[in-house]
Design a protein around this ligand. Sequence first.
Ligand code: GRF
Length: 225
Amino acid sequence: MSTRKQHLRVAVLASGRGSNFAALLLARECGDVPIEFVLVASDKANAGALALAESAGVPTLVLDPRDYPDRRAFDLALFGRLAESGAELLVMAGFMRIIDGEALTPWIGRMINIHPSLLPKYRGLHTHRRALEAGDREHGASVHYVTAELDGGPVIAQVRMTIEPEDDEQRLAQRLLPLEHRLLVAVVADIAAGKLALEHDTVQFDGRALAQPLQWLDDGLVIAD
Ligand code: GRF
C-alpha cells in the first residue's frame, strides 16, 4: 500500500549562525510550510544552525573539509550523506563553500541557495559593501537554483529594498536579513506546494515559464511585469 506524502523532506546546509534555518523552523512550526527537516549539515562544528537543529530535534551532520584530500572528495562524501538522508530538497542557507559540479549535478532543480544581493549583481562575498561602494540605490536578496556556477543558477525570486543614506555595511545587512527570511520561507512554501520547478534552465511557476524572477511584495511572491 502506498501512502501519499504530506511533507516535503528538506535538508539544510549551513556554515554559520543559522537565522535563515531558524525562520524555516518557525514557519514549519506555525504550520505555514508543509516540510519536514531530515538533516542539517555543516562544514563547521560550531555553526549556530547545528545548535538550533539539535534543540529542535533535527538530525545533524558535521563533516570537516580538512579530513578529506580535496574539495571533490569532501563534496562527494557530503552529498552522499545528503542523499542517504532521504532529502527531496536541499536548502543552502549560509553554506560558505563552492560545491564540486559532479557532486551537485544530481541535485540540479532540487537545490536552492539564498544570496544577499540582487543577482546577477554581486555574486560571491561582501555583497552589502559592494552595493554601497557602487552607489546603488537599491539592494536585496535572491533565492536561486544551484548550478555549478557560483551564485549563477536560475533566480527564482527576489526581495528589494531601498538603500538609505544612513546605511553602512552592517546596517544594510541587518535591515536585509528579515526580508531574506521571508523570501526563503515563501520560496520553500511554494516548492513544497508543487508550484515551482526548474525545467531546461527555466523556472516554472504554476506551470508558466518565468521571464523574470518572482518578486516579494508586501506579503507574498508575485510575478514581475
Ligand atoms: C545570509 O545573509 C545569506 O543570504 C547568506 O549567508 C547569510 C547566512 O545567514 N548566504 P544565516 O546563517 O542564515 O543567519
